[in-house]
Design a protein around this ligand. Structure first.
Ligand SMILES: C[S@@+](CC[C@H](N)C(=O)[O-])C[C@H]1O[C@@H](n2cnc3c(N)ncnc32)[C@H](O)[C@@H]1O
Length: 462
């Protein structure tokens, strides 16, 4: 290899790493994050896997991702080898990839251990999860129970999914007491014609999802869902590069994932804090945006999103809660000596952080202050000359007219729809006690009126 090829190779490695960083990557706690499965080693340990492994010209062991039998056998040996799970699914059922599904489990683990909402768990209580549409593969309960000791209710609607999920649980007595498979009862069966006409039906009208399935008095730490992504079976066949199987009932729902997840949101409004976190996987980024809008409309207290990237597959995760966020994050007017902050929650969808920044500038500007806006760092340096700013200082009776005030206001995006506004005195600057805080109170009222009028009362008590 000459030097040119070498540098080309280095360059493409660099580009590869850059692309990977840009697109996100496997969760750092994922078992396969530093150790991707070695098909050669697996083939030597598991003869049943051998026939599916071939070697590239460079001598790298590979499998044919379009061969359902190969992907199913890979999942079987990975679950056995790395998780001591005995597992199988019948032909044609959706075949999960283990590293990919593990990312979702680890993201939920992050949410549960974060202090975004207060942790209600004390002591060593087993975490309770609810897997909506667990499938024949029952992958999330099996992984969650074996990796983290979580307990699960896994639901489904089809006989084959329920029968095989039960089998997969029973075949693993070491964790079977942690998993309950629950049948979703419903009267009206969706016909194949209904499913195929899915693109004409935007509202979900299938079997119950949470309401009517969650029993009275039950509560869970989280729910999770890999929803039927597609509106039609034709749409589900768009990716010719993989063959993970998947039947009509597994892959398709009238209205697609948008309708399915919207129903989960509607159910969550009824069930409120019966779940600490509601979560779902989202297959299309365009759907994520409108789902976040819907979540803001129904007044959830927190929304979090993530990207799951595994090889060529990219999916998103959305999580929300009705539990009031930890005081630490949202407390209004946290005053340290020269720094004040307040949160603006429930900002209407059509407004961005930049709109808020501009509105802060115009608030001070129309009140006679001098402002210098820096759009790249989202801050404004403000100079309030007492003699020019009578309006803003009205009702503030302790002002020493001889002193000017210089401070910086910065806008931080916390989560979608929530901004943190921070005001800090210029280094070395001192202020009449309470002056900055009084000005800030006026700014907060003005911003709330402009950007989140309906949230005025809500934000007062969180
Ligand atoms: C895309 S598959 C996911 C299977 C598995 N969780 C996975 O990640 O591989 C969607 C599953 O949801 C089930 N399903 C559809 N509607 C449902 C409902 N209302 N309640 C529970 N499960 C449902 C389907 O039968 C199917 O098994």
């Amino acid at each position: 290899m000459d030097i040119y090829q070498k540098s080309n190779q280095k360059e493409s490695q660099k580009m590869g790493k850059k692309r990977k960083r840009e697109r996100g990557s496997i969760h750092p706690r994922n078992k396969y994050s530093d150790n991707p499965p070695d098909f050669g080693v697996l083939a030597s340990l598991y003869p049943s896997f051998q026939p599916y492994v071939f070697y590239s010209r460079e001598g790298k062991p590979r499998i044919d991702w379009k061969d359902f039998n190969a992907t199913r056998e890979l999942t079987r040996v990975l679950l056995l080898h790395d998780h001591s799970i005995t597992w199988w699914i019948p032909d044609g059922q959706l075949c999960p990839t283990v590293p990919n599904r593990s990312n979702y489990i680890h993201w939920i683990e992050d949410l549960l251990s974060s202090d975004i909402i207060p942790n209600s768990q004390e002591g060593n209580i087993v975490i309770k999860g609810f897997d909506i549409g667990t499938g024949a593969n029952c992958i999330y309960p099996l992984l969650g129970a074996s990796l983290l000791g979580w307990s699960f209710v896994g639901t489904d609607v089809t006989d084959v999914a329920l029968e095989w999920a039960e089998r997969n649980v029973k075949n693993n007595p070491q964790i079977s007491n942690l998993i309950e498979i629950r049948k979703v009862d419903f009267e009206e069966e969706l016909t194949e014609k209904d499913m195929k006409n899915g693109d004409k039906i935007k509202n979900y009208h299938g079997p119950p999802i949470l309401m009517g399935v969650v029993k009275s008095g039950e509560s869970f730490d989280f729910c999770m869902c890999n929803p039927p992504f597609f509106e039609t079976m034709e749409e589900s066949g768009l990716n010719p590069n993989t063959s993970c199987g998947g039947t009509l009932a597994e892959m398709v729902c009238p209205g697609g994932e948008q309708a399915f997840i919207t129903r989960i949101i509607e159910d969550s409004v009824q069930l409120q804090q019966s779940f600490r976190w509601y979560t779902s996987m989202v297959g299309k980024k365009s759907n994520l945006k409108s789902l976040i809008g819907k979540l803001r409309e129904v007044g959830v207290s927190v929304v979090k999103t993530t990207e799951f990237v595994q090889g060529q597959t990219c999916r998103w995760g959305v999580a929300w809660s009705f539990v009031p966020p930890s005081k630490k994050i949202i407390s209004s007017h946290v005053a340290s000596k020269n720094v004040l902050t307040f949160m603006l929650q429930g900002i209407q969808r059509n407004f961005s952080a930049f709109h808020v920044l501009q509105s802060i500038e115009s608030f001070f500007h129309t009140n006679g202050a001098t402002c210098k806006l820096n759009a790249s760092t989202f801050h404004i340096d403000i100079h309030v000359a007492m003699s020019n700013c009578k309006e803003i200082l009205k009702d503030i009776d302790f002002v020493d007219q001889s002193n000017d005030l210089q401070f910086r206001v910065t806008v931080f995006e916390q989560i979608p729809g929530t901004l943190l506004i921070r005001g800090s005195l210029k280094p070395g600057e001192t202020s009449v006690p309470g002056l900055l805080s009084s000005i800030f109170q006026k700014l907060e009222d003005a911003l709330r009126n402009s950007f989140c009028p309906q949230k005025l009362s809500n934000s007062d008590h969180v």
